[in-house]
Unconditional design. Structure first.
Length: 259
């Protein structure tokens, strides 16, 4: 699952510690995390953040007084997360990192981590590692439960939106590429997560046509929201793969004929 981590820059040290404790989940490809640290120099901050929010399956909120006090964190990122959660498109997990008054309606409706919502930086824990290990345990349980759900349960396009034409230009281009492929068993996309010569680029191509030089390359910031839209509209199934690649298969229930 793609995780968007929302945090105040005042809590950067907690973000780094969380990142360490999520290493096992990342190595098992149960989670792929994103923070604003992924934005390259020259990137348009609001656009990059909006794209990451659109692509996210789960929002991890590092809750503290600084987070609640931040208009960007609380009013922009958290509110957009709420919109996706209400639409059934994402999960929200508050992670209480410093003692604060977080029992406000918008937050307290969600079960928080660590256990019982006891802040990481509190006397409840012997040390921070103990608290973050509890957080990782809670996230593992959630991610494995989601992974074991049937694909039909993971895809829940709403009413008239099912198999609607995508609005993002790259999503349209990728969908055409998939549907024009002559072999039904090979209709899908493969996302290369490692060994891309450009490093920051993702490669998308039809499975089984793996000639390296022929695979078109696209920016991660464009590819992620495009694929997220195709999943949301029901065209693609939730991906499968490992640390090196991820395969997005065409939903067999799609009805649009190849062109």
């Amino acid at each position: 699952m793609k995780a968007f981590i929302s945090y105040s820059h005042d809590d950067a040290e907690f973000l780094e510690k969380l990142h360490e404790h999520l290493a096992a989940l990342r190595r098992q490809t149960l989670i792929e995390t994103w923070t604003d640290r992924e934005i390259d120099a020259g990137g348009v901050i609001d656009e990059e953040i909006s794209a990451a929010i659109e692509a996210a399956d789960i929002f991890i909120l590092l809750v503290s007084s600084s987070f609640i006090n931040s208009d960007y964190c609380f009013k922009k990122e958290f509110q957009r997360a709420l919109d996706k959660q209400k639409a059934g498109k994402a999960l929200i997990v508050p992670v209480v990192i410093r003692p604060c008054d977080w029992k406000i309606p918008e937050l307290r409706q969600f079960k928080a981590l660590p256990k019982d919502g006891m802040a990481v930086d509190s006397r409840h824990w012997h040390n921070a590692d103990e608290a973050f290990a509890d957080i990782a345990k809670g996230l593992r349980s959630l991610l494995e439960k989601n992974q074991n759900e049937p694909k039909s349960e993971q895809i829940k396009p709403s009413g008239d939106s099912q198999f609607a034409e995508p609005s993002l230009p790259l999503a349209k281009e990728l969908l055409d590429l998939i549907l024009k492929h002559p072999t039904q068993e090979e209709q899908g996309l493969t996302e290369i997560l490692r060994d891309s010569p450009e490093g920051v680029l993702f490669r998308a191509f039809i499975p089984n046509t793996t000639a390296r030089g022929e695979a078109p390359s696209v920016k991660k910031s464009l590819f992620a929201p495009a694929v997220a839209e195709l999943i949301r509209l029901g065209w693609l199934l939730q991906p499968e793969g490992n640390h090196a690649f991820r395969i997005y298969e065409l939903n067999p229930e799609s009805r649009r004929p190849a062109q």
